[in-house]
Design a protein around this ligand. Structure first.
Ligand SMILES: *Cc1c(COP(=O)(O)O)cnc(C)c1O
Length: 463
């Protein structure tokens, strides 16, 4: 190949580009220094391309390339994605999406001042917890309530306040790892408690707890094994039996429920998920759960229980370290209001997804398939299953209809399609199962439906 040295002479300088009206616009948007380095990079690339035989790009092309890379750099690192995985409470994708009312509540409180810790009636300092305790008491039947930053901190606070320096008895079947390395035995130790394990992996009876009681015992802890299933020859002790034993000895029962389900999950074709109210009725003194799993609200830890137990937690020094912030509090209050008004199933995204009608899911998937086949791509629908995820209702599935792209029908590899979908300005996260790329409409918010077909078409038409 012969080098055309003339092409180099056409390359503009950074200064020339900066002086154009587009250059000035870029400086006003992105700052002088960022524009200079973007232009330098694109000029260097153009020089390499010329060396390889290309023609010199026009100043407009160089400026447009700089604009694109500057806009890409300026994109927030944390940004929205479309969850096409069919995993409703997807921890990697931010767990529960918030309801419109929850979002609005955050916006109203976060953009200005609020009565976060101010008692408007008295004109005096107040507590951030009072905004939400009445609602939580009403919804769970508890005497008192408290909220923290997440459920992991709620467990840490509860154990530290009730059992530091003393013994916590727990079944060997419940010494679980929740995920991300959060292991119950470590949390018990971190709270300054001595772990006393009883029973076996598959069976723990009340007499195992009774035999482990000592004058150092403070708490009988029960943990919902939220992310795995134990089947077969198993036996667990009920919260009620544990509460009877504990109370007869002046001890406490703490129940880490994990998910915090307020609706009867069995009415949605799922198995029964224990609710905070049931746990309190069974006699638990303290129950804790997440705000952003089946509750469908913001990341938070919620503690409900006896008034004196909650008071001990509220006074503990850790309370300040794990306190909830105002945006979360606003979103949590709005989420709880949906339950109070009986609107959870229609307003909370997690429950809307769980309650989505199979015919509706099938028609959304069929609509996408129809539009894509009309453009000549052999894409079909497939019956499949959505899961709850997020350490809630393990093994439980909901029937759905998937959009399916078979590897042998596609112009390029499925991995590449999945990658290109992730590279979009609103990334689309899919899953590949046995040579088929799958998109589940259940977890795609309906206002995002319009993104799916154009995204796939743009990739399939230029693989
Ligand atoms: C998820 C979970 C936690 C941790 O809750 P986060 O809100 O994620 O901090 C603790 N215990 C159980 C049983 C859980 O399922």
């Amino acid at each position: 190949m012969t080098l055309d040295h003339n092409q180099f002479r056409f390359l503009p300088s950074v200064d020339e580009l900066l002086r154009t009206s587009e250059g000035e616009r870029l400086i006003a948007t992105f700052s002088h220094d960022l524009v200079v380095s973007a232009l330098r990079m694109h000029i260097a690339q153009a020089r390499d391309a010329i060396r390889a035989g290309a023609l010199c790009p026009s100043p407009e092309v160089l400026l447009a390339a700089a604009d694109l890379s500057l806009r890409q750099q300026a994109r927030p690192q944390l940004r929205p994605v479309i969850n096409a995985t069919g995993v409703i409470i997807n921890t990697n994708l931010g767990r529960a999406p918030l309801s419109q009312m929850a979002l609005q509540a955050v916006q109203e409180v976060a953009g200005g001042y609020s009565n976060l810790e101010y008692d408007l009636a008295a004109g005096l300092r107040g507590s951030r917890h009072t905004h939400i305790t009445a609602l939580l008491r009403e919804l769970t039947g508890a005497e008192a309530a408290l909220v923290t930053n997440n459920n992991a901190s709620a467990v840490l606070l509860g154990l530290s306040a009730l059992a530091a320096g003393r013994e916590v008895i727990i079944s060997r079947g419940q010494l679980v790892e929740i995920g991300g390395g959060f292991r119950i035995p470590d949390v018990i130790r971190q709270s300054g408690c001595t772990l006393v394990e009883v029973g076996t992996t598959n069976r723990t009876r009340i007499k195992d707890y009774a035999a482990a009681l000592s004058e150092r015992t403070a708490v009988l802890l029960t943990v919902h094994p939220s992310n795995f299933l134990m089947t077969g020859f198993t036996e667990a002790t009920s919260t009620q039996e544990m509460a009877e034993l504990a109370h007869a000895h002046g001890l406490l029962v703490m129940d880490d429920l994990g998910s915090g389900c307020f609706l009867p999950s069995e009415q949605y074709g799922l198995s029964h998920e224990p609710t905070p109210r049931e746990s309190l009725v069974a006699g638990a003194d303290l129950v804790c759960f997440s705000g952003d799993k089946l509750l469908g609200g913001p990341q938070a830890g919620i503690l409900v229980g006896n008034a004196d137990v909650i008071a001990r937690l509220a006074q503990h020094p850790l309370m300040r370290a794990v306190r909830i912030d105002k945006m979360t509090l606003a979103a949590l209050e709005a989420t709880l209001r949906h339950y109070q008004r009986g609107q959870a199933e229609t307003h909370i995204p997690v429950w809307r997804m769980i309650a989505a009608r199979p015919e509706k899911l099938a028609s959304r998937a069929a609509d996408w398939a129809h539009q894509l086949t009309a453009r000549g791509f052999a894409i079909h629908t497939l019956s499949g299953e959505s899961t709850i995820g997020g350490g809630s209702l393990p093994g439980e599935t909901l029937p759905t209809t998937l959009l399916a792209l078979d590897a042998e029908q596609m112009p390029c590899a499925l991995d590449l399609i999945a990658q290109r979908l992730r590279e979009r300005s609103i990334p689309i996260i899919t899953r590949i199962f046995r040579d088929t790329l799958l998109l589940d409409p259940r977890t795609i918010l309906e206002e995002q439906d319009k993104e799916i077909v154009p995204a796939l078409l743009s990739i399939l038409t230029s693989p």
